[in-house]
Ligand binder design. Structure first.
Ligand code: CNA
Length: 280
């Protein structure tokens, strides 16, 4: 049930009230949760849109079911679908969006505590969000290793092979295991740093949830771990999770780049947003 009573911390549930709160001394630790929706404007579709090129490409790869592309047991015997996807999403082909740049501005203004991302496209890094404030919960293409002996593989050689469409095999003598980017597959445990970072959200003064359906764990529960005293702002095309049920939840439904621009205008950051984005 959406809450429609009075707010307790914000003056109202709108962009101007969020901006005013962000400029107040109460707002010191901002947390951000990102999902596939922040990268759609960069040209990387979320996996929910059947009319996209990525979806069509996956359909042509004869997967028994779409999520098989991220399953270790399937990969072990059929690495081509994942390698094809990796070639499509490999860092360097896409440019960060205004929304990624907004998170970088939060960091530049010493407001950002942690940005949790579910994305594997590394656009947060490309936007300049510092590594120590970034939790790439599903891993990334920034490193890779053998699925059997776990030996790391050289990044430049990996990039070259992926570009050529070649499957990479471990270079340790007599191993021969397949090399896989450090993306978390179904059935693999979440990185340890993720479980260490999750409780920190209990100290949030403000939470932005952007471009995610909040349907995949642990993200589905992460937003509800923010304290009641923390305004939560959802910037998304649709409703997500339980955001909207608390007094200081703000629902900003629409395209994230448009909403982020409106918020930056209200904050007096719009020019910097554009100049920082131009550098990406
Ligand atoms: P999702 O479940 O596909 O949800 C995406 C959400 O974003 C939906 O609610 C959309 O309505 C919303 N959305 C799409 N475009 C916009 C936009 N321009 N502005 C605002 N909202 C928008 O994706 P989640 O991230 O919630 O699901 C988690 C999966 C998807 C993770 O495991 C990811 O690894 C995986 N994924 C990642 C990428 C990537 O790295 N860019 C791409 C596709 C899927």
């Amino acid at each position: 049930m959406l809450y429609d009573g009075p707010t307790t911390i914000l003056e109202g549930r709108d962009i101007a009230s969020v901006a005013k709160y962000m400029k107040s001394p109460q707002c010191k630790q901002v947390f951000v949760i990102l999902g596939a929706g922040v990268s759609t404007a960069a040209g990387i579709p979320d996996f929910r849109s059947p009319r996209t090129r990525l979806y069509a490409m996956l359909a042509k790869l004869n997967l028994p079911y779409p999520r098989a592309v991220f399953e270790l047991n399937y990969f072990r015997f059929h690495p081509t679908p994942f390698y094809t996807l990796a070639r499509e999403l490999y860092p360097g082909r896409y440019r960060p969006t205004l929304t990624h740049t907004f998170v970088k501005l939060l960091s530049d203004r010493n407001l950002l505590h942690t940005c949790f991302t579910q994305n594997i496209d590394t656009l947060e890094r490309q936007a300049g969000i510092p590594a120590e404030k970034l939790v790439e919960a599903n891993g990334s293409f920034a490193s890779q290793r053998c699925i059997d002996c776990k030996k790391e593989y050289d990044s430049a050689r990996m990039r070259e092979a992926i570009e050529k469409g070649e499957i990479v095999v471990c270079d340790k003598e007599s191993c021969g295991g397949l090399v896989k980017p450090d993306i978390v597959f179904f059935g693999e445990s979440m990185p340890e740093f993720l479980s260490q970072s999750i409780p920190k959200i209990g100290s949030a003064d403000l939470l932005f949830v952007i471009g995610t359906s909040l349907t995949v764990q642990p993200f589905a529960k992460l937003a509800s771990m923010a304290p009641e005293s923390c305004p939560r702002v959802l910037i998304n095309l649709d409703f997500a999770g339980d955001i909207g049920t608390r007094a200081d939840d703000v629902l900003l439904l629409g395209r994230c780049d448009t909403i982020v621009r409106d918020l930056c205008r209200e904050l007096g950051w719009e020019e910097t947003l554009d100049s920082e984005w131009a550098k990406t």
